[in-house]
Design a binder for this molecule. Structure first.
Ligand code: FHN
Length: 452
């Protein structure tokens, strides 16, 4: 019987942390935020691929299976992780799909909450339950005999396609000897010394990852065992630990971009990361932010979710909406246990690449919409004096009403990719455009409104 309780609890407790910490964070006067120079590629790129891939992928019940099904360390390691053998993992194919879909970076799980290292870690304490074997792809599975390194393969494939390479790393580690699965926050430290040693060893692993793969992004997660005060066995991670972890990452890789989940909701890290949600206009983070989303209800491969992919149109509209609010969009794929991409993810990525091929200029390097509220028919992105109107709900009578962009004079209005100038009238703050009877692109037709 799957217990979703713990996952739900982690979410609820994460929310509680946000509320508690919001109350504790002094209100600072907002000074204008500018993207730091090392993040310009990231902020302009807007769009990345998230990859949840680990031993859980071959079990096919998502990356939380060990916790949800309360599987013991021994059983998870010997009956699930030991069978992981992703010989069909094709980094070149994945990178090509990401590139074609218009993604500019890739973030793959190096170690998720179940603590399985996707690289040949030499850090002593990351062993299996016997303490004898490295709990890693190379040290613990038949794949080790191939001599392959999937993270290196993906890093090289990303380089070949001109994509930046990033890694996801979970602070909580259900299989590490320092922790036991359970407790209110999904892992409990066995002792305070174990906590100290785990944090030291976690940093040693992060040093390995930086030395081996030089990631442009380090995406932390599993920071929710949070204690507002001193750490306890159950609430063993603190804001100070998060600040220290961020400082450590910058000390070993100064240009690396780190998300806020070193200890979330204290404004730490380089960008905020709302999850599966797009902030309402008016409550958009005041600094860099990225929302992550999956194509169905699973992050790691879940067989039962393979029939519930969202539509390509909804992904495209999410991307446009995120860009209209100045954010980044990290879209997840969960490869199967043998390493293959799923048919559903390929279908969506093909659909997104078709749209991006024509409309990417309305996404890359754009600024947020100049308007506080979105029109009923869609949203806007902006680049200099050009507005891109993303129209999802096509007007019935061939007339699209837009807001005028301040007092600027319009030079011309076209459908993206078409040269025909559309007729329009300006009355006060309204611009009424004569548009074709049928939407040129039902998913999201982009009108290019050039101002003088
Ligand atoms: O618990 C994880 C989950 O497995 C997944 O990795 C997502 C993706 O951001 N993050 C956590 C849930 O918030």
């Amino acid at each position: 019987m799957k217990k979703l309780g713990k996952k739900l609890m982690a979410g609820i407790l994460a929310a509680a942390i946000i509320l508690a910490s919001a109350a504790s964070v002094p209100v600072q006067t907002a000074k204008a935020y500018t993207v730091p120079s090392n993040m310009k590629w990231w902020a302009d790129g807007k769009f990345g691929m998230f990859i949840h891939f680990g031993a859980y992928s071959q079990y096919g019940q998502g990356e939380w299976a060990m916790s949800e099904q309360e599987i013991s360390k021994k059983k998870y390691q010997t009956e699930i992780a030991a069978k992981f053998n992703p010989t069909a993992f094709n980094a070149g194919e994945i990178a090509k799909y990401a590139k074609k879909a218009g993604m500019k970076y890739v973030v793959i799980t190096a170690k998720h909450h179940e603590g399985f290292s996707m690289w040949d870690t030499k850090v002593e304490s990351f062993k299996d339950y016997t303490g004898k074997k490295s709990f890693s792809l190379q040290g613990f599975t038949p794949f080790g005999s191939t001599g392959r390194d999937v993270l290196k393969e993906l890093k090289d494939a990303c380089n070949k396609e001109g994509l930046k390479f990033g890694l996801y790393y979970s602070i909580v580690d259900w299989n590490h000897s320092s922790q036991t699965l359970g407790g209110t926050l999904s892992s409990k430290m066995t002792s305070m010394d174990a906590r100290t040693n785990y944090i030291k060893d976690m940093k040693a692993q992060l040093q390995e990852l930086v030395s081996l793969y030089d990631p442009a992004v380090m995406w932390f997660d599993g920071d929710w065992s949070y204690s507002k005060k001193k750490p306890t066995l159950e609430k063993w991670w603190t804001k100070a630990d998060g600040q220290d972890l961020y400082k450590y990452m910058k000390s070993i890789s100064p240009k690396i971009i780190v998300n806020e989940r070193v200890c979330r909701s204290f404004g730490l890290g380089d960008f905020e990361c709302p999850e599966r949600s797009i902030p309402e206009k008016g409550s958009v983070p005041k600094r860099a932010w990225e929302t992550c989303q999956s194509m169905n209800d699973a992050w790691g491969y879940k067989k039962s979710s393979e029939k519930s992919y969202v539509s390509t149109g909804s992904i495209i509209r999410d991307l446009a909406l995120v860009a209209s609010e100045g954010g980044n969009y990290l879209l997840n794929i969960g490869p199967k246990g043998n390493g293959q991409m799923t048919a559903g993810s390929k279908k969506i990525l093909n659909g997104v690449s078709k749209w991006m091929k024509k409309n990417c200029v309305s996404i890359y390097g754009v600024s947020a919409s100049p308007f506080k509220k979105d029109p009923s028919w869609g949203t806007y992105t902006r680049k200099g004096k050009t507005l891109y109107a993303h129209v999802y709900r096509w007007p019935k009578k061939g007339k699209l009403v837009m807001k005028r962009y301040g007092k600027k004079k319009i030079k011309n209005i076209t459908v993206m990719g078409k040269s025909k100038k559309l007729k329009y009238t300006v009355k006060g703050s309204k611009v009424t455009v004569n548009v074709p009877k049928n939407a040129p692109d039902k998913k999201d037709t982009v009108l290019v409104v050039k101002y003088r």
